[in-house]
Design a protein around this ligand. Structure first.
Ligand SMILES: Cc1ncc(C[n+]2csc(CCOP(=O)(O)OP(=O)(O)O)c2C)c(N)n1
Ligand SMILES: [Mg+2]
Length: 548
């Protein structure tokens, strides 16, 4: 068979369902092999978007999402998505083409060293130099991409190798289990827990990857230890839980940080230092136990005292088995934090002014989204509001990126979520800046026949940067832009366009769009004029003033 056929067989053997991407001349044999396979090609309009879709597919399924591009410019367009997957711990395998490596008559046309370029942003990058090597290279790429900590892997398939005649068959993954934490480490953690007065659980990104939710919920319910979440740990345990003390979306000076101040021991579950830290460690204060699949990467603000390294669900289960709630544990102060926070997050949620305030936006979106509905956020200032005020009820129902934090991922990641969970309501929430970075994918979503809501928050500016400019007391410069008419823009793609004109129309319009067929784009003017006052002054002041 052709080597390209063996590659596709190897992908099928890895249970690949989709390949996202844009083929070039150098991928035509692979494309031909794909046309005869069970794998569906999702043709995108920019390789970056294909990469974001593959990464989100990986994030949601634990299986590596696969994306495809040609050499040179196609491959460089994948770079941002590779870094997004690598930092965000989302498994992807990228396959790029290359000119023939044995004999070529094209000089250096379009040729850059793609394998080397991918080096710093992948776990694994290799050129396939012979058809016979395909089964082991594909297996290794998938192993590297999926194994904790997941990330990006890259294979380059040169044109002449793709056409080679080969024998061979795919390699099947070995039967293996993730390592579990040693009992001695568990005993040490139990000792620290029993000696503590005010333990606190912090739930981070890693806990959103595997099936940890059930064990963590059981732990919280049995032990009665309060918890906060990091931005990427949202929803692992239902944030409506009475022991939920908030999301550490702001870096400091918010209510969850008051809870941290009150604690003398933190169980830090699934934290990895790529996330903006949910809390900053200093020496001599509370003790921290790192609970994750891999050991802690030490950093000036993170240097835990003890570690439970192994499958998270198992570590939590082991702790829960051997521990009973301690009568000397005291959560009185933390309960006050919770009550104040619950009051705080409802502030302004029915604000009738227009353009829509961020607080009302978050409230109204939560109100219309079903429990398991998925919101996929792009990157902008609204991300802080959603992380902070939007309660996630189920794991991975708030897709945001607090690792690479690239603009442009909102729409593609919503599209991937819809592919993985076609029965769920899915909404992309994007700033007018971030939306325009991959808005061409509206065509892909329409072509795929997706039912999707795309909410664009328009302030005609790079609002998040503006907020910092304002907080730094710098002059307003260089961050304002104009927008297309988003209604006509949506319609020109065959999508439905809507423009919100009054805040009270938001819930009815969102409800209509979520229940209708097709792609619905909503232009929602947003009012960011109070952000600086509320986020940078009032919340820190009020949380600091709270008597606990
Ligand atoms: C690809 C990329 N470029 C630049 C940035 C820096 N950045 C972060 S947020 C932001 C502004 C986002 O503007 P918009 O999407 O309109 O959202 P807003 O904050 O205005 O709601 C910028 C430029 C980034 N994170 N990613
Ligand atoms: Mg904006």
């Amino acid at each position: 068979m052709k080597a390209a056929d063996l590659l596709v067989k190897s992908l099928e053997n890895e249970s690949v369902e989709y390949v996202f991407g844009i083929p070039g001349e150098e991928n035509l044999d692979l494309l031909d092999s794909l046309s005869r396979s069970s794998i569906q090609l999702i043709l995108s309009r920019h390789e970056q978007a294909a990469g974001f879709m593959a990464a989100t597919y990986g994030r949601l399924t634990g299986q590596a999402g696969v994306c495809l591009s040609t050499l040179g410019p196609g491959a460089t367009n994948l770079v941002t998505a590779a870094a997004y997957a690598q930092l965000g711990a989302m498994p992807i395998v990228m396959i790029t083409g290359q000119k023939p490596i044995k004999a070529s008559k094209q000089g250096q046309f379009q040729i850059i060293d793609v394998v080397d370029m991918m080096g710093p942003i992948t776990k694994y990058t290799k050129q396939i130099v012979s058809g016979a090597a395909i089964p082991s290279l594909v297996r290794e790429a998938f192993r590297a991409a999926k194994e904790e900590r997941p990330g990006a892997a890259h294979l380059e398939l040169p044109e002449d190798i793709a056409r080679e005649d080969v024998d061979g068959s795919p390699l099947t993954a070995s039967h293996a289990r993730r390592p579990i934490t040693a009992i001695k480490a568990i005993r040490h953690a139990l000792d620290l827990l029993q000696k503590s007065q005010h333990p606190l659980l912090v739930i981070g990104a890693g806990a959103n990857r595997k099936l940890t939710a059930k064990m963590l919920r059981a732990f919280v319910d049995k032990q009665g230890i309060p918890f906060i979440s990091s931005q990427m740990g949202k929803g692992v345990v239902d944030e409506r839980h009475p022991l939920f003390l908030g999301n550490a979306a702001l870096s400091d000076n918010d209510y969850p940080h008051r809870a941290i101040q009150l604690s003398d021991l933190i169980l830090n579950v699934g934290h990895d230092s790529v996330e903006k830290p949910p809390f900053v460690m200093t020496t001599g204060e509370r003790k921290v136990i790192h609970i994750n699949f891999a050991s802690a990467q030490v950093d000036p603000v993170y240097f835990p005292h003890a570690e439970l390294v192994g499958d998270i669900a198992n570590s939590i289960w082991q702790l829960n088995q051997s521990l009973n709630p301690q009568t000397h544990w005291d959560f009185t102060g933390m309960t006050r934090v919770r009550d104040a926070l619950n009051e705080e997050v409802t502030r302004g949620h029915d604000n009738a002014s227009f353009p829509v305030s961020p607080q009302r936006l978050v409230h109204d979106v939560r109100k219309v989204m079903p429990n398991e509905g998925i919101i996929a956020l792009d990157n902008g200032i609204y991300k802080i509001w959603f992380a902070r005020n939007y309660r996630a009820y189920c794991p991975n129902t708030v897709l945001l990126d607090n690792a690479f934090a690239s603009m442009g991922a909102g729409l593609p990641s919503a599209m991937a979520a819809k592919l993985v969970f076609p029965e769920q309501k899915v909404m992309a929430i994007c700033g007018d800046g971030g939306f325009m970075m991959n808005s061409q994918e509206l065509e892909t979503a329409v072509r795929l026949g997706q039912d999707l809501v795309v909410l664009i928050l328009t302030d005609s500016a790079y609002g998040m940067v503006k907020l910092k400019q304002q907080a730094m007391k710098l002059k307003n410069y260089g961050l304002d832009f104009g927008n297309p008419d988003f209604v006509m823009y949506a319609q020109s793609y065959g999508a439905n366009g809507h423009c919100l004109e009054r805040s009270e129309d938001l819930i009815p319009l969102l409800t209509h769009c979520l229940n209708a067929r097709g792609v619905h784009v909503i232009n929602m003017p947003v009012d960011y004029s109070d952000n600086d006052r509320i986020l940078n002054k009032e919340i820190p002041e009020r949380s600091r003033a709270l008597e606990v």
